[in-house]
Design a protein around this ligand. Structure first.
Ligand code: MG
Length: 375
């Protein structure tokens, strides 16, 4: 087997989301957006695919991958990782992740196994939490405490046993007291049986995070995620010592499995975090999860991609939840999110199972993708 190309397949589709001036997603009228797949072409097949990646990164990666055996993922990942130093502007971590996942797609197809099984995992369904979009200013959306309460009650009625709130972020009012009011009201509305979490997108200072964290402990939240910038291990150590609610992280810190090992070694937080696209692919995600296992730490996966689901099903310690969303009362997530896939896993009764096809098990709508190709 030999890699012959690392290709970017770009196409337009109708998106029903937009980003606010600070970059957070919200529902919006339909607009044309551009999607992308990364394809690893293999002489004689099978080819591998992953949703995402970047044309510039794939052009650089070609230099390192073409002519290699696609099954030699450790060496290929290491080559890409080391070359990031020379191509910092193009070969970013999420782009490497897409390539690594596409290599796993090749390996799974070649072995005629779904990736979770290639990794030693099982197809047992994983519990999901409903993850909300960041708040907005729409009283019928996520613009008020009452709007969040209505939405959370709907999510519980749909069968979700856990909900993660993304509260308001700028340009909307992100005052910590408002966030505490929201968390208190949602806890009162859904009762003690529903697991609740809060994600604050690394926005707050130590004292603000402590104010929120104190309330979350009292309200029995399951975790407090990314309350502060993740480049200060000292700030996180300080916070985790101060509050009762478990602190989770790091999610977005650079440094892949290595920085996560440092956090685990130094007892920085209570719960570990791993995201296939945050750490550079399934290859480093496996190492991250193994580190947390070694330190007897629970590890919660980040993001709702199909590669993430395969990895979650094969983690050495069972994750308590897979993330589903981002959800919003005015956004039909299952209808709108993947117009270029004809089938993808969705939760039922609060759990989700991985696709059973070989490789990553994507079911692409090739008519739609080919009919809307762009250069
Ligand atoms: Mg997060």
């Amino acid at each position: 087997m030999e890699i012959t190309d690392v290709e970017s397949i770009r196409f337009t589709y109708q998106s029903h989301r937009t980003r606010d001036e600070k970059g957070h997603s919200h529902p919006a009228p339909p607009r044309e957006a551009t999607g992308q797949l990364t394809r690893i072409a293999v002489d004689g097949g099978p080819d591998g695919y992953c949703v995402g990646g970047s044309p510039a990164a794939n052009r650089v990666a070609k230099r390192y991958l073409v002519g290699s055996n696609p099954l030699h993922r450790e060496q290929l990942w290491s080559d890409l990782y080391r070359s990031q130093r020379l191509h910092a502007g193009t070969l970013y971590t999420k782009a490497i992740a897409a390539i690594d996942c596409a290599l796993y797609d090749v390996a799974g197809k070649a072995a005629d196994l779904p990736v979770y099984e290639l990794l030693g995992g099982s197809p047992d369904p994983v519990p999901v939490y409903a993850s909300t979009m960041v708040g907005d200013d729409d009283p019928d959306g996520l613009g008020t405490v009452d709007a969040y309460i209505d939405f959370c009650e709907d999510l519980v009625a749909e069968g979700y046993g856990a909900i993660k709130l993304h509260s308001w972020m700028p340009p909307f009012d992100a005052n910590p007291d408002r966030v505490v009011r929201l968390c208190r009201a949602v806890r009162e509305a859904v009762g003690p049986e529903i697991d609740l979490m809060l994600d604050s997108h690394h926005y707050y200072s130590r004292s603000e995070a402590k104010r929120i964290g104190d309330a979350l402990g009292e309200l029995d939240f399951r975790w407090f995620e990314e309350p502060m910038d993740e480049y200060s291990m000292s700030a996180y150590t300080w916070l985790a010592d101060q509050v009762d609610v478990p602190i989770l992280g790091p999610e977005t810190a650079e440094g892949k499995h290595r920085i996560r090992a440092e956090w685990a070694k130094r007892d920085v937080v209570d719960l570990g975090r791993v995201g296939v696209f945050d750490v550079g692919g399934i290859t480093p995600a496996r190492k991250t999860a193994a580190v947390y296992e070694a330190f007897a730490m629970e590890c919660e996966p980040h993001g709702n991609s199909i590669p993430e689901l395969h990895h979650t099903c094969a983690m050495p310690t069972v994750a308590s939840y897979f993330e589903w969303g981002l959800l919003h009362p005015k956004y039909d997530y299952e209808e709108r999110s993947y117009p270029y896939l004809t089938d993808f896993p969705t939760p039922a009764d609060g759990v989700i199972a991985p696709p059973s096809g070989p490789g990553l098990g994507y079911e692409f709508d090739w008519d739609m993708i080919e009919g809307n190709r762009v250069e």
